[in-house]
Ligand binder design. Structure first.
Ligand SMILES: [Fe+2]
Ligand SMILES: [Fe+2]
Length: 352
């Protein structure tokens, strides 16, 4: 603050002495200046336990009078950390796309009424699901200490991705003579249950690994479901984003397994719950839902080929289980498929 003494301005430049580690020159790599590049020295040190409740940026000098603004519940590194968060964040930034201009909307042409209704029903369902996928990580960002900035940044990017997914399926529903259909209630079933998680890893195993994993498998079948180039592009771009969200969950579980092995059994319990959700969704007897029926009409090419379409839906459900299993093995929890704990293999055999 400037003061005036004897007509001369005196400046208090004390702030110039209060710096974090100085002489820091983050090296620029071949991908520009990434978040990983600036994780140098003390700036790169995420503590195992964080006492930062003030929103102080990691590496900045603490200010004694700061209010405890955060009330952060996630302050143990193992609760949220993963090794490749910086990479996932940079990739998210580089691969942002516009649902307004990157989708060739002009390739959508009028469809038979039953197929358009099915497209709109599926788009309604996906809008509901994407709503949860954005809402829940946003809540956890606000609960996480800023010392764990890399996973926070990835989750913030995910929220942006999900905002785009929410709007692109809304746009699809309104683009071709149809509109939104009745809400399926996905926000109150298994998907809605994601938001009842009390622990970040519990949430991540439900959201990133089982929920978004199943959605990723579905989007990757977009070539089969798309009626036009616009829908193909929508599924392809959404799958690209979803793959990052799923990778976050797998890499986090992997970190958790090594940093906090005492929590393995607890994590298996989360996976039991998450699995119950996708196994329930894969049960052929339970396929007469608006979502599965609309997919059967889309995959069959109309109501007249419903049975053929439903066989394809069941094949997709089986594939969702198979890919889920691979992800859990990759996350380091594959023993559940060896010791009979998981019901996934039985369901895959049953559906075959
Ligand atoms: Fe999404
Ligand atoms: Fe997602």
């Amino acid at each position: 603050m400037a003061t005036v003494e004897n007509g001369t301005e005196q400046f208090d430049l004390g702030w110039m002495r209060r710096t974090g580690p100085w002489n820091t020159r983050a090296p620029r790599g071949k991908h520009g200046l990434t978040l990983a590049d600036v994780a140098v020295g003390a700036y790169g040190e995420a503590p195992d336990e964080s006492d930062n409740q003030t929103g102080r940026p990691r590496g900045a000098v603490a200010r004694p009078g700061s209010y405890r603004i955060g009330g952060y519940a996630v302050r143990s590194k193992s609760e949220i950390w993963l090794d490749n968060a910086s990479f996932l964040y940079e990739e998210a930034l580089q691969r942002q796309w516009s649902s307004a201009t990157d989708v060739p909307w002009h390739t959508i042409e009028p469809l038979p009424d039953d197929v358009e209704q099915a497209e709109c029903q599926l788009a309604t369902f996906l809008t509901e699901v994407e709503f949860v996928a954005g809402d829940v990580p946003a809540r956890w960002v606000s609960l996480t200490t800023p010392d764990f900035l890399e996973p926070r940044q990835v989750l913030l990017a995910q929220v942006m991705d999900e905002a785009r997914h929410m709007d692109v399926f809304r746009k699809r529903a309104l683009a071709n003579g149809g509109g939104l259909m009745q809400a399926t209630g996905a926000t109150s079933g298994f998907v809605g249950g994601i938001d009842l998680s009390r622990d970040f890893t519990e949430m991540s195993s439900r959201l990133h690994v089982s929920g978004e994993g199943a959605v990723l498998t579905l989007f990757r079948m977009g070539e089969l479901m798309a009626q036009n180039e616009a829908e193909k592009v929508i599924y392809r771009l959404c799958a690209q984003d979803e793959a990052r969200h799923v990778a976050f969950g797998i890499m986090h579980l992997r970190y958790m397994a090594s940093a906090a092995p005492e929590r393995r059994e607890e994590i298996h319990c989360y996976l039991d719950e998450a699995e119950a959700g996708i196994i329930g969704a894969a049960n052929p007897v339970g396929q007469l839902t608006p979502t599965s029926e609309s997919m059967a009409i889309i995959l069959g090419g109309g109501k007249a080929n419903f049975d053929d379409g439903m066989n394809k839906v069941i094949a997709i459900r089986r594939r969702q289980l198979g890919e889920y299993k691979k992800r859990v093995i990759s996350a380091g929890f594959g023993e559940r498929f060896e010791n009979g704990r998981s019901g996934v293999d039985r369901m895959i055999d049953h559906a075959a």
